[in-house]
Design a protein around this ligand. Structure first.
Ligand code: NAP
Length: 248
């Protein structure tokens, strides 16, 4: 079976690292992005230079019509996907709940929760044996914030990742008999641009001493776990949430 992977939010950070690893592992890769088209094209060029196949596709995963068009683009390029990485995620500026308004909260939920659910829906329509598919795998990117709660930093973001954990479990059971495995990774502090978006560009350095392994993780260290969860080596793993936290 041709291996075809869509990685949402693959222009930077964990998604970009996952896309590069997927290309090297023989997947045909769709590199989704929201705004960073040039960065996405660099990821595509790197995959192609390493002998793989990839294309970039713009879509805001918080926009249902855009997600439907994104999956149609994957169909047109490569055929029905066999792997989805629900990685695209957003965070608000760090702070306490009293400083948040509904617009901010709704945007985080629209991208992180609704976007992941709608992407999973489109994947299942293509992968499930009850829809004529040949099975596949989904990995949802949660966060250690789901269990720590991120007090003072972004409890709305933490709540969005708690929702990921819940639907990861429910969806895994819903489609377990249809050839689809659904798992999640739970990254801790990973050295990417997301911390700057939250107003703490040096968070990966500042947090290092509080992490048992005394350092932040790399995007590739998360990507390796995602690739393993999607591989045949994890053939009896579904509904799992794998921590990638350096022990935190
Ligand atoms: P990042 O470096 O900020 O990259 C975020 C990626 O998501 C970018 O490619 C961005 O695309 C894309 N994106 C954002 N909003 C999008 C949207 N509405 N539609 C499509 N793509 C969108 O972040 P990261 O650290 O790699 O985070 C990736 C995932 O890991 C997120 O779900 C995040 O919550 C999770 N996570 C990260 C950490 C950490 O410490 N870094 C820890 C736990 C969990 P553009 O470049 O086009 O904007």
């Amino acid at each position: 079976m041709t291996k075809i992977m869509l990685v949402t939010g693959a222009s930077r950070g964990i998604g970009a690292a996952t896309a590069r690893l997927a290309g090297a592992a023989g997947y045909k890769v769709c590199v989704n992005y929201a705004n960073s088209g040039a960065a996405a094209e660099v990821v595509v060029a790197d995959i192609v230079a390493a002998g793989g196949e990839a294309f970039a596709c713009q879509a805001d995963v918080g926009d249902e019509a855009a997600v439907v068009a994104l999956f149609a683009a994957v169909d047109a390029h490569y055929g029905p996907l066999t792997a989805l990485v629900n990685n695209a995620g957003t965070i608000g500026h760090g702070g306490r709940l009293e400083t948040f308004d509904a617009e901010r909260i709704n945007r985080i939920l629209a991208v992180n929760v609704t976007g992941s659910l709608i992407c999973a829906r489109e994947a299942i329509l293509r992968m499930s044996t009850i829809h004529g598919g040949q099975g596949g795998g989904i990995v949802n990117v949660s966060s250690v914030a789901a269990v720590r709660g991120a007090p003072g930093a972004g409890i709305d973001y933490a709540a969005s990742k708690g929702a990921i954990d819940s639907f990861n479990k429910g969806l895994s059971e819903e489609v377990a008999g249809e050839g689809i495995r659904v798992n999640a990774v739970r990254p801790g502090v990973i050295d990417t641009d997301i911390h700057a978006a939250g107003g703490s560009p040096d968070r990966a350095i500042e947090m290092a001493s509080s992490i048992p392994m005394k350092r932040a993780g790399t995007a590739a260290e998360v990507g390796e776990v995602i690739l393993w969860l999607l591989s045949d080596a994890a053939s009896y793993v579904t509904g799992a949430i794998v921590g990638v936290t350096g022990g935190r």
